[in-house]
Ligand binder design. Structure first.
Ligand code: AMP
Ligand code: MN
Ligand code: MN
Ligand code: MN
Length: 288
């Protein structure tokens, strides 16, 4: 296990902990290099960065951008971004604008199958209203005793083909990658093992991503098995992509990996953090 985690969430998006809490949790697990990567926004970064500095942890500003690519939703992580960059700020802001309407449409769809009050319920589980998303609906259904766990809510209600799923147009691959690169960051394809794409389609995604300026892919992530790590390490090598590692932690007790460490990258990998040395924010020496 490496004490590096370059993908996790706070309640600035759909994580359950505050940015300070999630960094402290990673600190208790001996993390040495962290990047907070909330969905479609950067409002948690200042507090996360300050908390990392207090605890002697190196930090990268990060984000995870929602993308529509053909009929697929793909996530692109940005590492070492500049959260003050105008193109990134504007792009993310426009992307967030559709979330409240989508949530209202989801609640209307759930009402048709007998689940009342889901919009208000999801909002009550959401710290940052403009970031309302499927996870908040899932937590509402669990906390109100209607479904036993978050995983089951997704399986029965919130995934394509199920009653609470609403199609949505996110950013384009070129725009999302472009905003990250324009702000000085490295763009990384998140959790490739989660997409329902065959090899040919995945390689087409990689080629378009590289054309847009992307240069990394997650090899070690909470949803990858050992086989997946080897498979994506070879794919990264073949396409000369940098390899990233992140837990994709959201909340204690919701399944998946805890925050603060990741499985080691296979030796063929070129770790993305080696290419990011200029962007890593080091803690003050006297507090390390
Ligand atoms: P949204 O951006 O609102 O569509 O929500 C996407 C988020 O839902 C992801 O970032 C995950 O946190 C969560 N999610 C998606 N699929 C699942 C699943 N099958 N089980 C649990 N959480 C999921
Ligand atoms: Mn999420
Ligand atoms: Mn994701
Ligand atoms: Mn994520």
């Amino acid at each position: 296990m490496a004490s590096i985690d370059l993908h996790f969430h706070s309640h600035a998006s759909d994580g359950a902990l505050s940015p300070g809490q999630v960094i402290r949790r990673a600190h208790h697990r001996q993390a040495t290099l962290l990047a907070l990567t909330d969905h479609d926004g950067t409002s948690g970064l200042a507090l996360a960065r300050a908390t990392a500095a207090q605890h002697g942890i190196a930090f990268l500003d990060g984000v995870e951008i929602s993308v529509t690519w053909g009929k697929h939703t793909v996530h692109i992580v940005g590492l070492g971004i500049d959260p003050e960059h105008p193109a990134l700020i504007e792009g993310l802001q426009s992307l967030r604008q559709g979330r409240v309407q989508r949530a209202q449409d989801m609640a209307a769809a759930l009402a048709k199958v007998g689940i009342a009050g889901a919009f208000e319920g999801a909002m009550s589980c959401c710290d940052n209203p403009e970031m309302i998303g499927r996870t908040h609906f899932a937590r509402f259904l669990v906390e109100s005793g209607q479904v036993k766990d978050v995983r089951t809510v997704f399986r029965k209600f919130l995934t394509p083909g199920n009653p609470g799923y609403v199609e949505h147009e996110w950013a384009s691959l070129a725009d999302a990658t472009g905003w990250i690169v324009a702000s000085g960051g490295v763009a990384v394809i998140a959790h490739p093992g989660r997409y329902s794409m065959g090899r040919t389609l995945l390689e087409r995604l990689i080629l378009e991503f590289k054309e847009a300026g992307g240069c990394g892919i997650e090899v070690s992530t909470g949803s990858h098995s050992l086989d997946d790590r080897h498979k994506f390490a070879l794919l990264a090598q073949r396409h000369q992509l940098l390899a990233s590692a992140g837990s994709d932690f959201h909340a204690p007790g919701e399944g998946g990996r805890d925050v603060g460490y990741t499985d080691d990258l296979p030796p063929v990998c070129q770790p993305v953090w080696e290419a990011l040395s200029e962007r890593i924010i080091h803690p003050p020496i006297n507090k390390a």
